[in-house]
Design a protein around this ligand. Structure first.
Ligand code: TXA
Ligand code: MG
Length: 341
């Protein structure tokens, strides 16, 4: 399915209205959110949601996140709202937090892949919110990349991946956060972090007390272990190059790269390290600044491919705050290949 005529729409009221019309008619549209671009369809239209899986080559057992524009849309999607979910929704929505709850009858199984839970998020990006409002329905949307490649954080990334595959792409600004939302499973007690994002563990625990961090956040899945989130099974965020994460102090990282790099390698480093690296290097953010690293990471991974790098030496960040999200994406891009220096 790559023969659609993909409209490029302006990120203004006229463009968003056209996008909403396409969604109402059962089409699929890429749109900006504060995290990454999403590829959306009417969440209540099973056939429309199926088109998303086809367009992305997404595995049929990897469920979609349902996006809403107001908390008042939540009750029709879920069986009940756990107290802690209510607290988190009030505190962090609109924003980069997805909450998984027991699904209502109304959510089709094409969205949830037959699971009895549904993931819901209320974004803060004005375009995403306006699109949902004008469409008049919740919008099911995974990230707007081809499955397996890094999530799109610019309209150009969507154009590269989805031309001929989506009905339209809203040509919006680059995404603020740069990594996907934090995902919390609220049907467990304590709730379980399935994917770290820019709403941090520290912030969540301050609001609702202790949570559990799923092992798969920082470790490869061991065979036979039950998977809480189907998406965790798939190698994500992956550029074509072999990515190796390098853990250690700046000076040791720089020494390692300068010793081991050749013409086909690329260093994915922090800003202060760039000039000290003798081979090809891209800075993906500031040291000790998880937010800036998150913002630059996926563009840097895509650039690594455009530059034809065979091997990427990525300097691994600290795992606290937003750094946990960056570390998680890097480890998955590397298929958990890491070295300590
Ligand atoms: O920031 C984001 O969350 C972006 C923007 C577009 O909102 N969306 C996004 O969607 O990252 P996606 O599909 O790329 O990632 C959603 C993840 C997948 O790993 C999926 O398996 C998991 O959420 N998921 C969805 N529904 C679930 C459920 N009911 N139970 C467990 N995991 C679920
Ligand atoms: Mg994705």
């Amino acid at each position: 399915m790559n023969n659609l005529k993909t409209q490029i729409l302006t990120d203004d009221e006229i463009g968003i209205k056209s996008a909403a019309q396409i969604i109402k008619q059962g089409g699929i549209v890429a749109f900006p959110t504060e995290t990454v671009y999403g590829l959306g369809a009417n969440a209540f239209d099973s056939d429309a949601c199926l088109k998303i899986y086809k367009a992305k080559n997404r595995a049929a057992d990897n469920p979609l996140i349902v996006h809403i524009s107001q908390i008042s849309q939540l009750p029709e999607l879920v069986k009940d709202i756990p107290k802690k979910a209510q607290i988190l929704a009030e505190k962090f929505w609109g924003g980069p937090l997805t909450l998984i709850m027991k699904k209502s009858e109304k959510v089709p199984s094409t969205v949830t892949c037959g699971m009895d839970t549904v993931a819901v998020r209320l974004p803060r990006h004005p375009t995403a919110k306006r699109l949902i409002e004008l469409a008049g329905v919740p919008i099911a949307a995974p990230s707007a990349n081809l499955s397996g490649s890094p999530s799109p954080v610019t309209a150009q990334h969507c154009i590269n991946d989805l031309t001929g595959r989506a009905d339209a792409i809203i040509n919006g600004d680059d995404c603020d956060c740069g990594v996907e939302s934090t995902i919390l499973l609220m049907t467990a007690e304590p709730p379980v972090l399935l994917r770290p994002g820019l709403v941090t563990v520290e912030e969540i625990e301050e609001a609702i007390g202790e949570i559990r961090i799923d092992k798969a956040v920082l470790n490869p899945l061991s065979d036979g272990r039950a998977v809480l989130s189907p998406g965790l099974k798939y190698k994500h965020y992956s550029p074509k190059a072999r990515v190796i994460t390098v853990e250690g102090e700046s000076v040791d990282y720089i020494n390692y790269v300068n010793k081991n790099a050749d013409n086909d390698t690329l260093a994915l480093c922090f800003e202060n390290e760039r000039d000290k690296i003798k081979s090809k290097a891209i800075a993906y953010g500031k040291e000790n600044d998880g937010k800036s690293q998150a913002h630059g990471l996926f563009s840097a991974l895509r650039l690594a491919d455009e530059m034809g790098a065979q091997t990427v030496f990525a300097h691994c960040p600290d795992s606290h705050g937003a750094g946990l999200a960056v570390m998680n994406r890097l480890l998955r891009a590397a298929g958990f290949e890491k070295i300590k220096v």
